[in-house]
Design a protein around this ligand. Structure first.
Ligand code: C2O
Ligand code: CU
Length: 515
């Protein structure tokens, strides 16, 4: 999937083999359509065989609400036990809404090793979209590290803390490039002329309009995406139509999906660059490039222009026992060994922390702009228990990290629900005046939203989906470092759990160990 080095990753890596993109998983029940032809209310059956030698796996269906099937959400430690090497696990769920969704590994930091893809759900036959296009295409944007996820995870949990740093490349639909003359790169391991290293090509027919579904599954980076000389009209995000608006650059955060309309209405005698670049971090990562190819020009013909540079980049972590961790209300999240869904349904009260986490912080006195004098947070694997059918408001308040003058962008993803984005702003949320500025008329609905440095984002959802759901930062290393919480609602309404999700912690062998 990556270019510039042969074999995908450095030979110094000690990690076990990692399967890459060739996961043919989607099988549909009913009409034998290929996965890209899934329609609303189809049942998806995925038979996942873990052929990795030493590595567990679990796959999350990002944006699919799993109504009635919370046990197939695929979140290791929350809704299921990990799928062990050699085991086969069957996911079965209904795609109940049209739109653009994702699937990806949800075990440790495995997602960024390459287990991910896009799910497109079409409207039922006879129904049409509120916008028109000739062709439907998809691309996934990503970033890429040469270090394995295991090396990264080890660094993140070490003392002293070893941060993962900036990615080596940006990928457009699995392809990127890397400069093999970079100091420290062993010759023979890097081959920039490998044909697999040529940029991704998106071919268009002059005059036609394309619906381009763009998703980001970056491990770290916030991105801007643009196609040289072409505007994009945004029409959908995370499975919801939006009031169309025109952009030159699309800012996209990990876990988000967008549909944009692009008309191939420029000079058709040449090709154009498609570019991604990192925003919101002062990154050293080179821009990602792809070719927007006007048929019948040669798809590999480089555009005659210098790729557009993209916008400039600049438009709470805490320490526990010496480890650097992220915290939410000063609590850092840890997955328990017994998945919450099973523990709650089977009333295994002892397997996780019963103390409710704090549901707020000192709104009045907390200074978000400084390094906090007390950098000690606590670990917890406790959860927020929501009253079934209640309406929940969450204010994400971004504060200074443990480094001076630093606050970072975090895209937060909610499992099992969509939420309305009620408002967002700079600085500290004012609980008296800011709610009056909420958009109560036509707020956008999403499943992933970013909170900007030193800013706040307010969201609202209905706790109407019985189950146990993760809510976390979609940056792989941030979630690993504790940036997440878990919500429970209507556990008494959850049906009988399949035994296939069990087998770990206190659910071994299908029997439950109560103290
Ligand atoms: Cu796409 Cu819990 O994540
Ligand atoms: Cu984050």
């Amino acid at each position: 999937a990556k270019s510039g080095t042969t074999g995908g990753r450095s030979s110094t890596s000690t990690s076990p083999p990692i399967a890459t993109r060739n996961w043919s998983l989607l099988l549909t029940e009913g009409p034998p359509d290929p996965p890209s032809r899934l329609s609303k209310n189809d049942t998806v059956v995925v038979e996942l065989k873990n052929s990795l030698l030493t590595e567990n796996v679990a796959i999350h269906w990002h944006g699919i609400r799993q109504i009635g099937t919370p046990w197939f959400d695929g979140t290791e430690g929350v809704t299921q036990c990990p799928i062990l090497p050699g085991d086969t696990f069957v996911y079965k769920f209904v795609v109940d809404r049209p739109g653009t969704y994702l699937y990806h590994a949800h075990y440790g930091m495995q997602r960024e090793a390459g287990l991910y893809g896009l799910i497109r759900v079409a409207l039922p036959p006879g129904v049409s979209e509120p916008f028109q296009y000739n062709y439907d295409r998809s691309i996934i944007l990503n970033d890429w590290y040469h270090n394995s996820t295991y090396e990264q995870a080890t660094g993140l949990s070490s003392i002293p803390f070893d941060w993962v740093g900036e990615p080596q490349s940006l990928l457009i639909h699995g392809k990127g490039s890397f400069d093999c003359s970079t100091p420290g790169i062993q010759s023979g391991l890097c081959n920039a002329t490998n044909p697999e290293c040529s940029p991704y090509v998106l071919t268009v027919v002059p005059g036609k309009t394309y619906r381009l579904r763009i998703a980001s599954l970056t491990a770290l980076s916030a991105l801007s995406f643009q196609i040289e000389g072409h505007n994009m009209t945004v029409v959908e995000t995370d499975g919801h139509y939006v009031e169309p608006f025109v952009v030159k650059n699309l800012f996209i955060y990990s876990g988000e999906t967008y549909s944009v309309l692009i008309t191939a209405d420029q000079d058709s005698s040449r090709n154009y660059w498609a570019v991604t670049n990192v925003v919101s971090r002062n990154s050293t990562t080179p821009n990602g490039l792809a070719i927007f190819n006007y048929y019948p020009n040669h798809p590999k013909r480089s555009p005659p222009t210098v790729p557009p540079a993209g916008p400039v980049w600049n438009d709470v972590d805490s320490r526990i026992n010496g480890h650097v961790r992220w915290s939410v209300n000063n609590v850092s999240f840890n997955l328990p060994h017994t998945p919450y869904l099973i523990a709650l349904k089977h009333k295994l009260g002892h397997v996780f922390d019963q103390t409710p986490p704090p549901d707020g912080y000192d709104f009045v006195n907390y200074d978000i702009s400084i390094q906090q004098p007390n950098v000690n947070a606590t670990f917890s694997n406790s959860i927020y228990r929501l009253a079934f059918n209640s309406t929940v408001d969450i204010i994400l308040q971004n504060a200074n990290t443990m480094n001076p003058n630093n606050s970072e962008t975090h895209p937060w993803h909610l499992h099992g629900h969509d939420f309305w984005v009620m408002g967002h702003g700079e600085g500290k949320f004012d609980m008296y005046s800011d709610p009056h500025k909420y958009n109560l008329v036509d707020p956008i609905m999403k499943n992933t939203v970013a909170v900007q440095p030193y800013g706040w984002t307010a969201m609202r959802f209905r706790a109407d989906n019985p189950g146990v759901w993760a809510f976390h930062c979609h940056i792989e290393s941030h979630f690993y470092m504790g940036m997440g919480v878990v919500f429970e609602e209507g556990i008494d309404k959850v049906g009988e759990l399949p035994t296939s999700i069990m087998g770990c912690g206190d659910t071994r062998g299908g029997t439950f160990h109560k103290p």
